[in-house]
Design a protein around this ligand. Sequence first.
Ligand SMILES: [Zn+2]
Length: 348
Amino acid sequence: MYKQVFGVSMGSKLSPLLAEIFMSNFEVEAEGNKLFPRIWKRYVDDIFALVKERTLTQTLDFLNSRHTTIKFTVEKEVEGKLPFLDLLITRKDNNKLKFGIYRKPTSTDRYITADSNHFGGQKQAAFHSMADRIFNIPMEEQEFLAEKETIYKAAELNGYDKQFVDKILRKHERKKHRRDATTLIPENEEIRRVGLPFYPTITNPLKHTLRRYGINIAHKSVNTLRELLVNLKDKVPQDEQAGIDKIPCKDCDAVYIGQTRRKVKVRLKEHRRAVEMNKTSESSVATHTVSNQHEIDWDKAGLIKSINKIGLLNAWESMYIATAKQPLMNDDDAPINLILFNLTTGRK
Ligand SMILES: [Zn+2]
């Protein structure tokens, strides 16, 4: 009775964090059942599992019966082979597994070419990841050599010479030997990173200096002279940006702090209209002016933090609310309850 290798993937793509929480819980609950595969290796929502062929349908029914919202689908091995993530897993005659690198049939082996205007590290990145993989996946001689060949070919195709690959491979081979010799994490792998733009004349000397202090530079590429010389952000006027806005009262210390996804001037206009019309239901700024008979200092109202990533709006708004020294006009709590901030600022 041989075991069937199969890969499972979930129907809906949850965010990785949600998928992780959901699936961990799913596994804990399902693990006790005799139908739960004994070998079950999951990466986010892709699962590699070993199941006896005759129980495959039963196992799948079991998994799918656990929850109405997720649907598991199966990809079975074909001629003893099954791709999983970037691995090609092969079941040998003795039922042991062997590993190779899997490339999608559509893979073109196109990387940043040797003649392009990129920082050296960026050109090497794809080859470093391939080299890391070749030394860390337990491949057999044949697969190892085939993959090495593929790396050399990919390099050639993109204009790099053999020495370019030799150097990278040697580096990873040495790293592997060091790692195999100890269980300690090498000191040089606990490294901090800072992001800096790449200016060849400055970056290279700086890199060596910072390296001595355990800091690595991650390069942001500067592609054009214009990017190098012009800070494009400065070109957008303050009131045309999105972010966190602040509206102070003229007659007391109170301020309103809020987020706007649209231009701040549009958001301010809405608040202003609500104040003028006494529409307390539309703006907590209006609530403040109406209930206290105060006026707003519109000249001092405006953006306090420009934000261009929607995902950061709640965090910044909460931070400003939690750390505000003045009383707030806001009706609602901060979108994120920052317990530490609240403790330190004495807010509830
Ligand atoms: Zn006031």
